[in-house]
Design a protein around this ligand. Structure first.
Ligand SMILES: Nc1ncnc2c1ncn2[C@@H]1O[C@H](COP(=O)(O)OP(=O)(O)OP(=O)(O)O)[C@@H](O)[C@H]1O
Ligand SMILES: [Mg+2]
Length: 153
């Protein structure tokens, strides 16, 4: 587990940029953390790191936004409005298995709502710090390799 202090939104974005620059296709990031802790901000950074020009907007209502035009595709999901049972019908595994879409980065907000998990993923939990900043706690599972990324101290 790696814990990083993010003093402001720019720092959250920069962490995302690093992930977007270096993660290989087939990387899944499960984002958790209270309302407004910076999950969407981090994914906006991933989009920037991938070279996506199109603005990354919160998929709270659309559930899934697909951005195919960067270094590798970005699939941005937000499960906030769903019950665990409803998530099942989304077949989110088709994204991390690359069955109907090319493999890319899958970033899932409110991943706590997933009824099942991918074989490998990065768990990224954001929490409020005592001042106005945030903490990011990164925990890789399965074969997910965090060493490819030069994380900020
Ligand atoms: N490290 C940080 N320090 C201070 N503010 C931050 C930090 N990271 C992000 N923010 C700010 O927090 C606010 C909420 O960010 P964001 O919308 O990304 O959160 P979220 O976790 O996606 O929220 P939701 O749960 O509603 O989806 C934004 O104003 C953003 O600029
Ligand atoms: Mg959000």
């Amino acid at each position: 587990m790696t814990k990083i202090f993010l003093p402001n939104a720019e720092a959250t974005k920069s962490l995302g940029v690093k992930l977007g620059e270096f993660l290989p296709p087939g990387s899944t990031i499960l984002l958790s953390g209270d309302l407004g802790t910076g999950k969407t901000t981090l994914v906006q950074g991933i989009g920037e790191g991938l070279g996506i020009i199109e603005p990354i907007v919160s998929p709270t209502f659309t559930l899934i936004n697909e951005y195919p035009e960067g270094r590798i595709p970005l699939y941005h999901l937000d499960l906030y409005r769903l019950e665990s049972g409803e998530v099942e019908g989304l077949n989110v595994e088709t994204y991390w298995e690359g069955i109907e879409t090319p493999l890319g980065i899958v970033a899932i907000e409110w991943a706590e709502r997933l009824p099942y998990l991918p074989p490998s993923y990065l768990n990224l939990e954001l929490t409020h710090s005592n001042d106005s900043g945030r903490y990011a706690q990164l925990t890789p599972f399965g074969n997910f390799d965090l060493n490819a990324i030069a994380l900020p101290k």
